[in-house]
Ligand binder design. Structure first.
Ligand code: NOJ
Length: 757
């Protein structure tokens, strides 16, 4: 019985190896998923047989993930990885891509190990694989769930065409601290929006069929609360109430489980005293038992080993024991499961059953990907040639870059520029291919493929003699040698466009900053140009909210483009010259200064709220030296047109629990450009058994309007949308008075009231 079942897949593997050279056959076969391969009963019986004949060492091999030496995304590299694959000690690989390399490594596993179990290939495909989209924070500013899903879909198509089966994305860490460099990888500060985007990304990566060769496993990371390190310093301690954890930091993770995410990655940080990579409460009690997650959990890079410096394990062996007992299935890069699980079983600290259970979860997903029927089914040179950086992918990236940009200021309609103006283009990021695609760029080319702003401008300006360019300064230095050239070309021009910001390495992992001004002498150059009295457009590229008080006061227009990706230069030119209209809205609050951080829109009132016109000013929750309000609030972003909100209405004044609350508002384009608006609906529970925020985003809709066009937007809520963690931590709504707000950002809002009884 056992032998028969196992012969079938190995026979299939053998067949696949032979047909891998017959490319057309493979490509054709991959278009359809055969019912046999997808049958659960068949899979379970295959896995029963397989796990029964696997030795303990072979199972531990499945629990081990190692990086190649192609790329280093953490502190250590194990150069012996190829031998470990051959010995069956490493069943999963990351930081490898391309058909050639993944096939070479797959062959090591399939041709040398006793059971020929195929490798699983993981990679950080975060915002694109070859075609690089805007950084995740930028994409989130589009508030366009379909476009976000499509970006993930394209990333999965390209990555899987290069042998990848699994992406370490989406990162769904909510963050309210712009000092933390990894805010660039997430979807911003809001729970509802963050959860919707998390689901869209999972759908995009995984599609609806894991067996299809253009889908990959997604991985919700970094579980949990990694976005709340004390003082914004990466990897730092996280200490928060259970209420805050469940209200703000866990919902996007839960949303990914609901969307069918197949894997989870633990975080580096500790949460309330227990490191996330050894945290049974998070990994077993909540993730598996409460939420019913059935996939596997991988650690972050060497984060089991890091239980030792965290001070909860005396050595790596004890760290491995803590991790597996907490619910970690796969060890990324640490090698401690490989080194110690066998001993731990012999010592009676861990059972073989635990190892088998973990291995089975991993084997299940390998099976669902179709790797047992053909380990090389993602290794097809034809698909690799056909599916990378296609015109369609590049166009989607350009569109996403346009949608992600946020117009922060546009006084006297400085933008859009007319194409016959004399333009001085200045700044360290104006003709920079390397940085424009941001950090975590997978297999993205930083040297030849990205389109710079200068290249984008050349396509737009009617007479090339009207376009002047110089870099002016560097991103982060005090070199002023090009200042004078910048001043000279600015003098000759009608308008100056300055492209400035951070280098890609200034945000992302291990890139926390305490000063969020434009780095180096960029502001000095802005000041020098400002003296000339010409209109100045500041185009920003950066991975986080910056402190821009001076720029806001002194620039004529400011366009935040994040790191806009491969097609960034074209997209920016589309926006600057009015071939497209900005519609992005901030998903993270921009502070006035670093002292306000953490700053976010859905604050609570406090017992002593500050009121600017209140009778008493002294004993109030406020700063003496800066306003409480941000420079730019959550949800904020301008357009070349204007939108008016009217007829904000609800269908009743009093609702029963579970009854539908039907809400409507009319939005009119009152300007002269066609444009898209993100209509935002917020809610406040006025009196509850616990303190609640002044506003919480509940729904949004993106709508395109021609000049003078109006559309009625409708939203529906029920009491489920009004639920929160009550004093006894049950999640439910309470009867009482509520406010609803609708508008163009989290501050400019129409209001209405209703009662829930
Ligand atoms: C460390 C990062 O924290 C994580 O996000 C990433 O997926 C892994 N390294 C793998 O590169």
């Amino acid at each position: 019985m056992k032998i028969k079942q196992l012969i079938i897949p190995f026979f299939a593997i053998l067949l696949a190896i032979t047909s891998c050279t017959e490319k057309t056959t493979v490509a054709k076969k991959d278009l359809s998923s055969t019912p046999e391969t997808k049958s659960d009963a068949k899979m379970e019986s295959f896995l029963d047989s397989l796990t029964k004949i696997m030795t303990l060492e072979e199972k531990i091999g499945q629990l081990t993930l190692m990086s190649t030496d192609w790329e280093k995304t953490g502190p250590t590299i194990n150069e012996n990885y190829k031998n470990l694959i051959k010995e069956g000690k490493v069943g999963n690989i990351f930081n490898a891509y391309s058909v050639k390399f993944t096939r070479e490594l797959q062959q090591l596993a399939v041709e040398n190990t006793r059971l020929k179990i195929p490798l699983l290939f993981g990679y950080d495909v975060i915002h694109g694989h070859r075609t690089i989209f805007p950084i995740s924070l930028g994409e989130s500013a589009s508030w366009d769930l379909k476009a976000i899903e499509n970006a993930a879909r394209i990333a999965a198509t390209e990555a899987s065409a290069e042998g990848i089966h699994w992406t370490f994305a989406p990162m769904v860490d909510i963050s309210r601290d712009a000092r933390w460099g990894r805010v660039s990888e997430g979807a911003g500060e809001d729970v509802y929006l963050g959860s919707e985007i998390a689901k869209a990304r999972v759908r995009g990566f995984q599609g609806d069929d894991l067996f299809a060769t253009n889908t990959v496993l997604a991985c919700a990371k970094h579980y949990a609360a990694y976005g709340a390190p004390i003082a914004g310093r990466d990897y730092n301690t996280v200490d928060m109430s259970e209420r805050e954890l469940r209200t703000t930091y866990l919902p996007p993770f839960k949303a990914t489980v609901d969307a069918g995410v197949t894997t989870f990655m633990t975080a580096f940080n500790d949460v309330n005293g227990v490191p996330a990579s050894g945290n049974k409460y998070l990994l077993t009690d909540i993730l598996r038992e409460e939420w019913g997650f059935e996939g596997f959990v991988v650690t972050d890079y060497t984060s089991i080993n890091e239980l030792v410096p965290h001070g909860v394990a005396k050595d790596n062996k004890q760290a491995a024991e803590i991790a597996i007992n907490a619910g970690v299935d796969m060890d990324m890069q640490g090698g401690v499961y490989m080194d110690y699980l066998k001993e731990l079983i012999a010592d009676g600290k861990v059972t073989e059953h635990q190892v088998t259970t973990a291995a089975r979860k991993i084997l299940t997903l390998k099976y669902k990907l179709g790797l047992f029927s053909d380990p090389y089914r993602y290794c097809d040179e034809i698909r690799e040639k056909q599916l990378l950086m296609t015109p369609e992918h590049l166009e989607a990236a350009r569109d996403m870059a346009r949608k992600s940009a946020v117009l922060l200021k546009n006084s006297k309609q400085t933008l859009p520029l007319s194409k016959d103006k004399k333009v001085a283009l200045i700044g360290p990021l104006a003709n920079d291919k390397y940085n424009i695609i941001g950090s975590w760029t997978a297999a993205g080319d930083r040297y030849t493929k990205p389109v710079t702003v200068l290249e984008g401008f050349k396509e737009k300006i009617s007479n090339q003699a009207n376009l002047f360019f110089t870099q002016g300064c560097e991103i982060n230095s005090d070199n002023i040698s090009d200042f004078q050239n910048a001043i000279n070309i600015a003098k000759k021009s009608d308008v100056v466009v300055m492209v400035m910001g951070e280098s890609e390495g200034m945000s992302g992992e291990a890139a926390s900053r305490t000063n969020l001004d434009l780095p180096g002498n960029q502001k000095e150059l802005l000041k020098a140009i400002k003296k000339l009295g010409k209109p100045i457009v500041l185009v920003l590229m950066n991975g986080r909210p910056l402190t821009l008080e001076w720029e806001d006061a002194n620039m004529d227009a400011i366009l935040e483009t994040w790191y806009p990706g491969t097609m960034g230069g074209y997209a920016i030119a589309d926006l600057i010259f009015g071939d497209a209209n900005p519609s992005g809205k901030l998903t993270m609050t921009f502070p006035r200064n670093v002292g306000q951080i953490p700053i976010y829109y859905n604050v609570k009132n406090t017992g002593r709220p500050y009121e600017a016109n209140g009778p008493e000013q002294r004993y109030r929750s406020r700063y003496l030296d800066v306003a409480n309000s941000p420079l730019y609030p959550f949800g904020y972003g301008l357009s070349y047109t204007t939108f008016k909100y009217t007829n904000f209405a609800i269908d009743k004044k009093t609702y029963e629990f579970k009854e539908k609350i039907n809400i409507s508002v009319t939005v009119t384009n009152t300007g002269s450009f066609k444009g898209e608006e993100v209509v935002q609906l917020y809610m406040r529970d006025l009196v509850a058994s616990v303190t609640l925020p002044l506003k919480e985003l509940k729904r949004f809709e993106k709508v395109m309007l021609e000049p003078n066009e109006s559309k009625k937007i409708t939203f529906t809520l029920t009491s489920d949308d009004l639920a929160f963690y009550t004093q006894d931590m049950s999640f439910k709504a309470e009867a009482g008075e509520f406010k609803l707000f609708v508008g163009t950002n989290s501050e400019a809002l129409l209001e209405t009231n209703f009662t829930l009884k």
